[in-house]
Unconditional design. Structure first.
Length: 103
């Protein structure tokens, strides 16, 4: 850390001298149902974060969960295709059905 202090000028602390990563932010307008908006508000207050930050984290978690669900589906479909045992194929087919259509 570089510090330069003079009596006539304020002290300057350089804490990061590399290029800062630039992430472009896109503004979106989202309407939330009232119960969800209240939950977001409570989460933001309890975590001492802005509502915007809570929404970003929730969206990131949702995207990651969807990717994991897709990955699990394709792995299960691959196991189903490669199954030689009819009982195993039936069980895997039932699991695929539940994953696609719910229980």
């Amino acid at each position: 850390m570089l510090a330069t202090c003079r009596v006539s000028k304020p002290c300057t602390n350089l804490v990061y001298n590399d290029a800062m990563p630039v992430i472009k932010h896109v503004r979106r307008s989202v309407s939330l149902p009232a119960p969800i908006a209240r939950q977001v508000d409570r989460m933001a207050k309890s975590q001492r974060l802005s509502e915007n930050r809570v929404l970003v984290e929730l969206v990131e978690l949702g995207i990651e969960a969807r990717k994991q669900k897709e990955k699990a589906f394709f792995e299960l479909a691959e196991r189903f295709r490669n199954a030689n045992d009819p009982d195993e194929a039936k069980q895997l087919g039932d699991q695929l059905g539940r994953l696609v259509f719910g229980e």
